[in-house]
Design a protein around this ligand. Structure first.
Ligand code: HEC
Ligand code: HEC
Length: 174
């Protein structure tokens, strides 16, 4: 495997979710034009942000299904562990990421089948509505930025501000 930073090798950087890297790589390799490949990427990314993972739960652990609103493993795993009240090493967390990977594989197969059957692919899942509205300015005026993830996921009230937490104030002023 050449995407060594995601699951298999477990270096744990928690950057892009490891379930997304293989399909995104696969899209680059299929015989289609770049516009179609771009649409496949856009659909998969926007869908991933909204889908309440994990739907596929073969172990029957009755895991909570949580939409994450981010493609980052750090945010995905952390938000889910918070909701489920379990640790990273737990069976529940492993089942959750396994189920998420299966859900993503099903989505990818459905997308590729659609492309194959219809000879074209149209995006049906859009990025969060914040993106269009925030980028209408930040594309063209300073401070410039770039991206399609929900802006408010990071620029809203979350993540937790350590300055506002009693336990951290002393540590921060060291
Ligand atoms: C009408 C245009 C406009 C829209 C829409 C807009 N911004 Fe801005 N934004 C600005 C401008 C202009 C600045 C620079 C303000 C300054 O330097 O005082 C700014 C500054 C910022 C900054 C830097 C703030 C700081 O404290 O330095 C962030 C982060 C930001 N915007 C995020 C967003 C997000 C997220 C959205 C959508 C929810 C958004 N902006 C929508 C015009 C806009
Ligand atoms: C995964 C978290 C994350 C997401 C999602 C995100 N940002 Fe940011 N953004 C950051 C971080 C971190 C910085 C750097 C902040 C700093 O330098 O203090 C930043 C910087 C910025 C800045 C420059 C601020 C400045 O002071 O110059 C703007 C503008 C901005 N983001 C807008 C957006 C918009 C618009 C979106 C949605 C399309 C978005 N961001 C999505 C984390 C995020």
């Amino acid at each position: 495997m050449f995407w060594t930073f995601s699951s298999g090798v477990r270096t744990g950087w928690a950057s892009i979710c490891g379930a997304l890297v293989p399909p995104l790589t696969l899209f680059a390799m299929i015989p289609a034009d770049n516009a179609t490949k771009g649409k496949l990427c856009d659909e998969l990314m926007a869908w991933y942000m909204k889908f309440p993972f994990p739907e596929y739960q073969p172990a029957g652990l009755n895991l909570p299904q949580v939409p994450i609103d981010s493609s980052l493993c750090h945010i995905s795993v952390t938000k889910w562990m918070k909701e489920a009240g379990v640790s990273r090493g737990s069976d529940e967390r492993k089942e959750r990421c396994g189920g998420l990977t299966a859900d993503t594989a099903v989505k990818v197969v459905n997308m590729l089948n659609k492309l194959h059957d219809e000879g074209a692919f149209e995006v049906t899942t859009k990025p969060h509505e914040n993106v269009e509205s925030c980028m209408s300015c930040h594309n063209n005026m300073q401070p410039f930025t770039h991206g399609k993830e929900n802006c408010m996921e990071c620029h809203g009230m979350r993540p937790v501000h350590m300055e506002e937490c009693e336990q951290h104030v002393q540590w921060l002023s060291r």
